[in-house]
Design a protein around this ligand. Structure first.
Ligand code: THU
Length: 131
């Protein structure tokens, strides 16, 4: 696997975080990921007066992935307002899993881990196939 520039990914995620729309939680989040073709995609959280409708930063990132040509994620990082690494929530681990290259790496609060480590025995598209 190509070398991953974690500092650059964190910088992109931190820039995305500054665009977050978070009038309710006041908890801005930014996410950035390296794609198989070398692109970097990003997203920020976008909340809503109907609180449950709020979108995590990862939702924006996955939409950005689709809009800019698709592909699979090779490396992912998520940050808080200080630019500190944040764990993606459980729902977003599932969201990322579907678009992750097997073995995709995440920067986590306990070091670099694979998507399979942070979402073991994941439910995915293959589970929808006939058994
Ligand atoms: N949030 C994210 O954007 N991604 C995560 O993985 C964790 C939580 C957002 C949702 C909400 O806007 C704010 O952080 C507080 O939960």
């Amino acid at each position: 696997m190509t070398d991953i520039d974690w500092d650059q990914l964190r910088a992109v995620a931190t820039d995305a975080m500054t665009r977050a729309y978070v009038p309710y939680s006041r908890f801005p989040v930014g996410a950035a990921a390296l794609v198989t073709d070398g692109r970097v995609v990003a997203g920020c959280n976008t909340e809503n007066a109907s609180y449950g409708v709020g979108l995590c930063a990862e939702c924006g990132l996955i939409s950005n992935l689709a809009m800019t040509g698709g592909g699979q994620l090779v490396a992912f990082v998520c940050v808080d307002r200080e630019g500190r690494t944040l764990m993606p929530c459980g729902r977003c681990r599932q969201l990322i899993f579907e678009h992750a290259l097997p073995g995709m790496l995440l920067e986590t609060v306990s070091g670099i881990r694979s998507i399979e480590e942070v979402l073991p025995d994941a439910f995915g598209p293959r589970d929808l196939e006939e058994r």
